[in-house]
Design a protein around this ligand. Structure first.
Ligand code: SF4
Length: 233
């Protein structure tokens, strides 16, 4: 069986792909590379959860914790937040802006994954981002394919999204740390705004009044709080 390097965004999204790959007789090595995750403490918290999970299941784990500043240069400076709020006049514009930002984010992560695969002699690459219905799935797939071609690697592609709810249930039952935003500071603000908007919409529906979407204008974003490794694990 050929060797496979599985890029991992976090422990909850890794559980099922790792298990399914093993059932299909792959022995994937997990690769954590997510310079998008802010603040640094959150990055390290997700990494700790993944380390702990890999230890539990005997999974090989490679880690690259670099490139926080490179991510800002290549991705973060594209701006945001771009909340996707149903009924909001800016929904389509925000979706396009978020798509461009997220595509650049996938590109950086998939490129580093393919480079690591080349350095370490893996034949295939894949990513746990293919599990999440909250990602731009086709764009993850495209960036994975481009990165693989550039590094002379093959892609292992499966649409794991139909198993996302099951993965959620299982990680909850295991008590694995589960984040409530994608990763970057913008996505944290977006998630907060979208949750607040959904709550307001529910309340307004019950009261029979019009909706008011919270605005991002007053949000202050801080990309990086520090560059120090936290001591979580
Ligand atoms: S929302 Fe997620 S995928 Fe998009 S730029 Fe932020 S961290 Fe990257």
């Amino acid at each position: 069986m050929s060797t496979l390097l599985l890029h991992s965004c976090c422990a909850p999204c890794t559980l099922l792909p790792l298990e399914l790959l093993r059932q299909a007789n792959w022995q994937p090595t997990v690769f954590f590379y997510n310079p998008n995750i802010q603040p640094r403490q959150e990055h390290d918290r997700r990494l700790c959860a993944l380390k702990s999970y890999c230890q539990q299941v005997g999974g090989e784990l490679l880690v690259n914790s670099a490139d926080a500043e490179l991510w800002i240069e290549m991705v973060g400076n594209r701006g945001g937040p771009f909340p996707l709020i149903v009924g909001d006049a800016d929904f389509d514009l925000n979706r396009q802006a978020r798509l461009e930002r997220c595509t650049a984010c996938y590109q950086l992560r998939m490129q580093r994954t393919s480079e690591m695969a080349r350095e370490q002699g893996f034949a295939y690459i894949s990513s746990t981002l293919l599990l999440s219905p909250y990602q731009f799935h086709e764009h993850v797939q495209l960036q994975l394919a481009d990165a693989a071609v550039a590094a002379g690697k093959e892609v292992y592609y499966t649409d794991w999204r139909p198993r996302f709810s099951e993965a959620n249930r299982r990680t909850r039952a295991l008590g694995l740390y589960r984040q409530n935003y994608c990763g970057c500071a913008y996505s944290q603000t977006e998630a907060n705004l979208e949750r607040a908007a959904r709550k307001a919409q529910r309340q307004n529906r019950r009261a029979g009044t019009s909706t008011h979407s919270p605005s991002a204008d007053s949000q202050t974003l801080t990309f990086l709080d520090d560059h120090a490794e936290s001591k979580l694990c």
